[in-house]
Design a protein around this ligand. Structure first.
Ligand code: NAD
Length: 267
């Protein structure tokens, strides 16, 4: 049996912003491999379809399957549409994996009001909107698990400043904690994952400029900043998320769990 056999999961940002496997794509693949039926949500449908193809090619040995849905999770109506589509296709929602996040590098001096508003809308408001859309279904079922992707930037200042990003990710921790307490007695668990430095397409897209424009040099520098001598990857985030989404974590809720190869121990 898979570890989340026959559960229904929504993964937001299930594509990957560049070639390769990011946190959302890796999590969608792992959820499907462990037996879930997965609704792959992305504002860019082609990127979600690529993940869908990868799941089909992997053979979903534990019985998992997936389908795609195009939506921008910073839009309230779109989030309602995601929940409705999931119920229509699969009849229930057991897992909400709130993965979508963007990072616009810059400290106070460099950050525009537009960058601030966009980051807070995409990274934090989206989690509120998705939870509002999904939780009534979980409440009706009497069970559910939500995993919100934060960042160690919520609790530490990192070499490349990204002020609105850090603030949004700190908000994810408070959001996670409060909603977990509100719904604990209703069988709905809510946890946050705080990834450290991960070698993913997200980093290449968001941060290369802040590291001087050279991808290889950036990756080497980031590897060097990690106590393990190398960054993590999307699979590290996916495997922790799998545990938190599964019934193995039935008494874990309201937590913010770091996956960073001991980076925060040193910072
Ligand atoms: P990614 O940039 O590859 O994004 C995944 C998908 O999200 C993309 O396909 C993109 O089209 C989609 N997307 C972006 N905005 C969207 C929106 N408004 N609505 C719907 N879809 C949208 O990123 P990833 O590797 O999947 O990981 C992203 C998460 O991991 C973010 O929350 C990020 O903050 C977090 N994180 C990453 C690192 C790291 O080092 N890579 C570290 C800490 C936290």
């Amino acid at each position: 049996m898979g570890r989340i056999q026959d559960k229904v999961a929504i993964v937001t940002g299930a594509g990957s912003v560049g070639p390769g496997i990011g946190n959302g794509r890796a999590t969608a693949l792992v959820f499907a491999r462990e037996g879930a039926r997965v609704l792959l949500v992305d504002r860019d449908l082609a990127l979600a379809e690529e993940t869908c193809r990868m799941i089909a090619e992997a053979g979903a040995s534990a019985g998992g399957e997936s389908s795609t849905f195009q939506a921008d999770v910073s839009d309230a109506a779109a989030c309602g549409g995601i929940a409705a589509a999931c119920i229509e296709r699969y009849g229930r929602i057991d897992i909400l994996h709130n993965n979508v996040g963007i990072e616009i590098a810059g400290g106070l001096a460099d950050t525009t009001e537009e960058a601030w508003d966009r980051t807070l809308a995409v990274n934090l408001k989206s989690m509120f909107l998705m939870a509002k859309a999904v939780v009534p279904h979980m409440e009706r079922q009497g069970s559910g698990a939500i995993v919100n992707i934060s960042s160690i930037n919520a609790i530490r200042t990192l070499p490349a400043l990204s002020l609105p990003y850090a603030v949004s990710k700190a908000g994810v921790i408070a959001f996670t904690r409060d909603v977990a307490v509100e719904y604990a007695a209703k069988g709905i668990r809510v946890n946050a994952v705080l990834p450290g430095m991960m070698a993913t397409p997200f980093v290449v897209a968001a941060l290369t400029g802040a590291y001087g424009g050279d991808v290889d040099a950036m990756m080497k520098r980031r590897d060097g900043l990690c106590p393990t001598g190398r960054q993590g990857d999307g699979w590290d985030v996916a495997h922790l998320s799998l545990f938190l989404a599964s019934d193995e974590a039935k008494y874990v809720t309201g937590e913010s769990v770091v996956v960073d190869g001991a980076q925060t121990c040193r910072l």
